[in-house]
Design a protein around this ligand. Structure first.
Ligand SMILES: [Zn+2]
Length: 356
């Protein structure tokens, strides 16, 4: 018997999944996808470890999914690519037997049209099918004041809640650079969220819906840098969780669902502690990009003499090389390494066999 339904989870199912994660001390990998190849690899890895997984797309990833040649002036291509990716996941997830959380990554105020397009589309979809396409969306308004951030998030959560979509918000800034957003030079104090901000957000949002999670900054950084450059303060999560518990008079209940951004390169100890303090999702992008790259790189190195010319290789001057340069061979080599790497993250997140 599986614990969760296979296919895309939404509404109460999503909250049940995160409650289960918190209760049993694991977190789900939130893996960025940019095409069917990476989506399928994510589902393949989740099927292997028999756990639910989060498939997510950035606005750049969505644009790439739809096609880089497409005009994207109102982020219409970013939205179309995300819808296309979602349709793909809905079509195949059950075949993999995997419960999937479908999510979109960072959306700043500048890119808000992207989410507007997605919500417009899903309101129509929900009216027809009684379910949304996505389980949740993220709004990263951490560049705004906390009041503005939460005020806008309240409006969006109210709108999303009507079609059973959850919201992930960001408090404080994740450092580093991802998807063209460069936060490597921001004020250091902004890299650490204050517990009072977490309660402020929790208090306001929970009046609208319990279906939200918080990406709090605790020195985490997008990308991978030399060891020692990143100083994680996992205590911020603990202090914030305790503070909210005290305000609610609900000690030991871990009311806040935290999301860990910039997890690439983190030590298994820091990951384990963050889960203890209520992290239910850890984003993975950089390490997965690296794994895919290594698979393709090693494939070309191994078959260098078979991909240099269309005809002729060490086995003979007239031998055709079609079976070596077929893009499926190249992409599959990337996928295989991606799956292997993702299995390691599932283990780091204590997320093995969580659908059994
Ligand atoms: Zn992030």
């Amino acid at each position: 018997m599986s614990k969760f339904r296979s296919g895309v989870l939404y509404g109460q199912e999503l909250m049940d999944l995160y409650a289960d994660a918190k209760q049993n001390g694991y977190a789900l990998p939130g893996v960025n996808a940019v095409g069917t190849s990476t989506v399928n690899a994510i589902l393949e890895a989740a099927a292997k470890v028999e756990s639910p997984v989060i498939v997510q797309l950035s606005f750049g990833g969505g644009h790439f999914y739809a096609g880089k040649s497409l005009k994207n002036d109102t982020l219409q291509a970013s939205a179309a690519g995300c819808i296309s990716a979602a349709m793909h996941v809905h079509a195949v997830a059950e075949m993999y037997g995997v419960p999937v959380v479908l999510h979109t990554d960072h959306c700043s105020l500048e890119n808000i049209h992207w989410i507007d397009h997605l919500l417009d589309y899903q309101e129509g979809y929900y009216a027809k099918h009684g379910k949304p396409l996505f389980s949740s969306h993220m709004l990263d308004l951490s560049e705004e004041t906390i009041e503005e951030n939460i005020e806008i998030c309240e409006k969006y959560l109210a709108r999303m809640n009507k079609i059973e979509i959850g919201l992930e918000i960001e408090l404080g800034i994740t450092g580093g650079e991802e998807d063209g957003v460069d936060n490597s030079d921001v004020d250091v104090s902004k890299l650490y969220t204050h517990p009072s901000e977490v309660y402020y957000a929790y208090e306001k949002l929970s009046k609208i819906s319990p279906n939200f999670s918080i990406a709090a900054a605790f020195g985490n950084v997008h990308g991978v840098y030399k060891p020692g450059n990143v100083k994680l303060s996992v205590e911020i999560l603990e202090n914030s969780q305790r503070h909210v518990e005290e305000q609610l008079g609900a000690q030991g209940t871990k009311p806040v669902s935290f999301v860990f951004h910039g997890g690439s390169g983190s030590s298994p100890e820091d990951i384990a502690r963050s889960i203890e303090y209520g992290v239910i999702k850890m984003n993975l992008d950089t390490d997965m990009q690296w794994a895919f790259n290594c698979g393709v790189r090693d494939y070309y190195a191994e078959y260098a003499d078979y991909v240099a010319e269309q005809i002729g290789n060490p086995d003979g001057d007239d031998v055709p090389n079609k079976k070596y340069y077929d893009p499926r061979k190249v992409l599959r080599a990337g996928e295989e390494r991606f799956v292997e790497r993702l299995e390691v993250s599932f283990a780091d997140l204590n997320c093995i066999g969580r659908n059994k």
